[in-house]
Design a protein around this ligand. Structure first.
Ligand SMILES: C[S@@+](CC[C@H](N)C(=O)[O-])C[C@H]1O[C@@H](n2cnc3c(N)ncnc32)[C@H](O)[C@@H]1O
Length: 225
């Protein structure tokens, strides 16, 4: 058997046995990724009724589903959501009720403008980014692409968050990680590292949470768009 087939089989076996995959199916979530946000939110209380949130790298839509659930108004109050959710991804996404979706590459200026136009100047309480590049297998190149996405998410958050807003971002605990943590510390008054149980141990994936953007951090940001 080729090495690739072996890896695929191992992945499939693990996927089938994965309790989070089963839980996701049970709850109707589109991906096990839902539980990463659920777990972080249980600790950090990021999602509250009434908030305005942007979900970057949203497809297939599990985080948008979690956000939508948390903002849902009871049917007796007319349904819909209390707050606003704007989601964005390179890939198409099946609609999630009450979630506005923009398809585009977050690295493109034009996509950023479309997102900003959708927000119409509204300040955000929360930006979540689960964006991850397609992995090439070359660690240095993958880390650099990931760091680029994280920097862009930080620049976006600094420009659009309310003073007490928060940014939750996926990053890789590999080369370039300490620079990303430094960027967070320069940008936010409070910074925390989260590795939810639903994030596989062998995965380099880690989440950084920044709260309360520092005044002036946006202007001094190194990212040039
Ligand atoms: C791990 S998945 C996100 C899963 C999602 N949080 C969920 O719960 O369903 C990462 C997503 O990031 C998106 N992505 C990667 N690079 C991107 C970019 N430059 N712009 C927009 N989306 C991007 C991918 O298309 C992919 O759908």
């Amino acid at each position: 058997m080729s090495k690739r087939k072996k890896v695929n089989r191992a992945w499939l076996a693990q996927h089938i046995d994965d309790p989070y995959v089963k839980l996701a199916q049970k709850h109707g979530y589109r991906s096990r990724a839902a539980f990463k946000l659920v777990e972080i939110d249980a600790q950090d209380r990021l999602i509250r009724p009434g908030i305005a949130v942007v979900d970057l790298g949203s497809a297939p839509g599990a985080w948008s589903q979690v956000l939508r659930e948390r903002l849902a108004r009871p049917a007796s109050a007319g349904g819909g959501i209390d707050g606003r959710i704007v989601a964005l991804d390179l890939l198409p996404m099946e609609p999630v009720a009450d979630v506005e979706f923009i398809q585009g590459d977050f690295r493109d200026e034009q996509t950023l403008r479309r997102l900003e136009a959708a927000l119409g100047g509204a300040r955000l309480d929360l930006v979540v980014s689960d964006m991850a590049p397609n992995l090439s297998g070359v660690a240095a190149a993958d880390s650099a692409r990931m760091a680029d996405l994280v920097e862009l998410a930080v620049a976006f958050a600094l420009a659009h968050l309310k003073p007490d807003g928060a940014l939750l971002v996926k990053c890789f605990h590999g080369s370039g990680y300490s620079q990303v943590v430094e960027l967070f510390k320069r940008s936010f008054a409070r910074v925390a590292v989260r590795k939810p149980r639903a994030s596989r141990d062998r995965s380099a994936e880690t989440y950084l949470l920044g709260r309360a953007p520092k005044a002036g951090a946006a202007a001094g940001h190194p990212v040039d768009r």
